[in-house]
Structure formats: structure tokens, C-alpha cells
Ligand binder design. Sequence first.
Ligand code: ADP
Length: 627
Amino acid sequence: MEKSNKAMFRVRIKFLLFIVVFVLAMFSFIYNTSPRQIAHATLITVEIAGMPILERASIFIDGDKFEQLTKTLDESDPFYVETQNKFRELKEETECSYLYAMAPKTEDVYFFIFDGEDPNSEDFSALGTEENVTEYDPAFFRTFGMKEPQYSKVMFDTKWGFLISAYKPILNSKGDIVGVIGVDFDGSRIMDTINAVNKDLFIYGAIFVVVGLVISFFLLNDITRQNKELLKMSRLAEDASRAKSDFLARMSHEIRTPLNAVIGLSELAHREFGTSKGLEYIVGIRNSGATLMTTINEILDFSKIESGHVPIHEAPFASASLVHDALTIIRVRIAEKPLDLILDIDPYIPKHMIGDVSRIRQVLINLLGNAVKYSEKGFVKFSFFGKKISDNSILLTMAVEDSGIGIRPEDLPEVFNAFTRADEFRNRAIEGTGLGLQISRTLCRAMGGDIVVESEYGKGSVFTATMVQSVDVWEPMGDAVSNPPMQSEKPYASFIAPDAKILVVDDFASNLVVAEGMLEPYELCVITVQSGKSALKLVQTGHFDLIFMDHMMPEMDGIEATIAIRALGGSFAELPIIALTANVLSGMGDMFLENGFNDFLAKPIETPKLDFILQKWVPREKQIFRD
Ligand code: ADP
């Protein structure tokens, strides 16, 4: 909301600025236009009307006689009488305001010689009337300097009103200038016209501004309303997406809890009755459980990726373990088909790298799994090599080639899209969500690489994944296939601790059986309860070294129980409590740590992770290591 209000405020400010700039530009245009209009009108007036009048007046005036008259100022001089009459007639005949001839007396004072006004009128200047010309139009003076006709460039505001004037010099027979003939026109009409036009422009401008403001008001209101609606819609979408995530979290819990029991119990049954007749069924149950778990994990991963979160957690790992673990899984699947597994693994890949090994393994298993899934016979070839790109990093390339069904060229760009399954009809019998490659590509890209595919329909495909990893130890990993790393060979407990007392809390009885079975190799003293309340009671009566606490339980859940145990104070503040959770959505780990748990373990429990957690939290002095 805040954001959209700020954006609207910015839009309004910008619009107002635009209006201000527009108004200023318009007024400056009007302001600049007036002088140009005036100069233009002046020029037309003098050229069309003024100059011909001056030409005609100059015909009457003999320069020498004029010079003489300026000296005598004799009103009875026939030249004066005759020319004065002609001046009058000419003035009346034309549209000019004043027509006159003047001669200089001093620099600032001139004599009127002829005047076109009616001698009976007040405006008439008789022969010899003196006139101070200091405030006259510069064109008047230019005429003397240049001995050429001149006219005013602008309209002059004089005591006779706005005047437009033109002047012509009077020359004697020697070519000296002895006077000037002037003609004036009334400029006020032109001024009035220009002012009226400008007034109109101002009015139109003002109307435009008002209309603009009204339109902007409605427009901005409209945009604001639309923004609010969009905001509402995006809120609804956010709510829907949150509801989807919540639903996924719930579903994940609901599905993973019984699945945990299915996988765990079949794992225990497998250990117990490894040679019995039912082994085949047990392996089937375990494999189906594992497949179902992969599907659930893919959906969860997709939902994390969709919400913009690409989960990459970096830590040191052994390259050989990565190869070995992935191959162990894939060998089980490949054994079901007449497929050869061809390996081309570069032994010079650094021994220890830093990255998210579980994500790299996920990508690898997706590619190898697809190769097996989509090939009926022939081979699956896995090539793995690295290229040093800096002092502490390497570009890993994993290429998986198969002799399977291949992908039609038109389907190639689609295989990385979520939910897309190429050649749907042909592949209908092959299980899959269509999410694996999209997740793998997103993960590779998050790790600085990518996945590309080449395929020939009917012949096979090559998927090549790349990713950048930091190198921890450059020493070569060696032959990862024939010399598998030690830690992969530890399916069971790495120590025993008969003196350690462990409490396992889970409302689902089968999960308690699984937990007990998984903990059995450690020879611990395991006590189980089915509710948070019972756990709270029990911890106060006996000394426990460690608690595994389920998260979601009716009545008092794992978090409430842990908070209550911590609230007991004393040694309970230190008692290691590990969250057992089927809810593996992102951010869950932090949530447990913030609520008083020491660590967390995802269900279904994986043996190496359980071993790691127990090594970390069972008191050291109680751990007895095997050879
Ligand atoms: P799925 O779960 O359907 O296998 P993926 O995202 O892993 O989903 O693969 C998307 C689609 O790409 C598959 O449905 C399949 O059509 C095609 N595909 C992937 N790998 C191969 C392969 N090795 N050979 C042929 N087609 C493949």
C-alpha cells in the first residue's frame, strides 16, 4: 500500500510539474510573440503607407528654399504658404495621424516648419514653433546621421499615444541635410488588436490548464483506483499462494509421516529378514516408498523454486562420495533392465569441494534416473570431469548419455518446462511428474551452470549438466568407482552408548517403532511416549541424555512441549532436544532453532544423518566407538 501511494504521489508531482512547465512555456511564447507582432505591424505600416506619403511630400519641398525659410521663419513667404497648403491637403488625403517637416535649431530643440494639421486646431504647430526632441524616436536622429529615409522599429509611447513613424531627409543643393519630413501613424489600434489576440491566448491557455487539471484529476483518480484494485488482486494472489504453501506443508506432513513408517519399517524388516522369502516384497515396498518420496520432494522443491527460493546450502564434501552414492542408487534401478552402465569418471577431480552435495546428487540422480527410465536396452553412459577456472574453483561437467527413446526435435525446448512431459502418449506408462528437469536446471543455474540436451528421436539423448564449485582440496579424488569412500560403507551405527538414555516422542506409533529400530544398533536405552504432555511429565522423573521430539502432535505439539521443558529451568535448559519433522519446507530449520530445539532431523530418517546427529548430541563420554 505504502509503495503504491508513493508511486501515485510521484505521478501527481510529475503531472503538476508538466503543467507548470507547459504554462510557463505558453506564457513565454505569448510574451515573446507580442514584440515580434508589433515590429511586423510597424514595418508593414511604414513600408506600405508611410514611405509613399514621404515621397509625395518631398516633391513639394525645395531644399534650398526650405533652408532659407528656416532662417527667416517668414509666414508670408509664398513658398511657406504654398507648401503648407499642400501638406494639409496631403495629410487629409491619407490615413496618417501627423505629417510635418522640421529643421534643427539646437541639438535638442527643432523648429516646426510645415504641419499638416488644421491651422485652427489645437494640435497645429505654427512655423517656428520650437519642439524639444530629446525623447523622439531614434529613427528621427538616424535620418540626420545617415541622410536616408528611416522608420521606427517599434511602436513609441509618446504624449500623442502609440505612434509608428517614418522620416525622410530634406537636402539642399549642396547635399547637406537641412531638415526632416516626418509622418506618424496611430499604433494604438494595432496595439489593441495584438492585446486582444494575446488576451484570447491567455484565456485559451487558462481554459486549457483548467481542463488539463480536471482531466488529470479524473485520470489520476482512475489510475489510483486501478492501482488499488491491482493491489487487492495481488493480495488475493499472495493469500492464495500462501494458502497453497500452507496446504503443501500440511500435505507434506500428512504424506511423509506414514511414508516414513513404510520406508522405515521395510528397512528394518529388510535388516531382520534379509534372507527370508518376503525379501522381494519388502524391497518392493521400500523402493515404492522411495519413489513416492522423490515425487513429494520434487513437488516441494518446485513450490520453493516457484516462490523464488532456490535452496542451496554450501558445505565441504567428498567428491568420491557424491559419485559413489549416486551410482549406488542408480545401479539398483539399472539392474531391472538389460542396460549396461558405462562410466567415464575423471580421477583428477579434486578430492574435496565446497557446495551443496545433496543438490548436485539430486541433479545427477534425475539425469541418470531419466536415462534408465527412458531406455529399454543398450547403455547408459555417465561422464564426469572438471575444468579449473580459478585458483579455488572448478567447472564440473556431468554428461549422461543413453540409447533410449530419444526426444522429438519439437519437444526439446519443452522438456525443461514444469509439468511438461514430452511424447505424453508414448511415455504414459512411465511414471514422472515432469518437474525433475526444471528443478535440476534451476539448481544448476543457481550453482553457476546450466543443463543442455542433445537428442535423436529413437536413438537416444545426452543431457549435460554444468556447475561451478569451490575447491577445498585440489588433491585428485582417484578412482571413485573401484575404491568407494569409507563413509558410504557405514550403513549402521558408528558407535554404541549403552549408558545413554534417549526419549523419543511421536504420536504415530509406527514411527516410534521405526525410530526404535533405527536406534537399536546404538544399544541405547530408548524410551518412547506418544504425546508432548507425557514427555513433559517423564523428563522430570528420569534423567535423559537426549530427546527426539516430533513436531506436529495433537494437544501439545513438539514446540510447545520443548518450550515447557526449557521453562523447567536448571539442567533442562541444556538438555539436547532434536526436532523430528516430516515438514521440510524452507525456513523450518531456523524456526526450530528459534524455539529452543538444538537441531532437527528430517523424516524419513536417513541412517548417515541419524549417525551424525547422535555423534553430535549423545554425551561424548558415553560413546563407545567400534573398530
Ligand atoms: P519426468 O518426471 O516426467 O521424467 P523430467 O522433468 O525429469 O520429468 O523430464 C521431462 C520430460 O523430458 C520427460 O517426461 C521425458 O519426456 C523427457 N526426458 C527426460 N529425460 C529423457 C531421456 N533421457 N530420454 C528421453 N526423454 C527424456
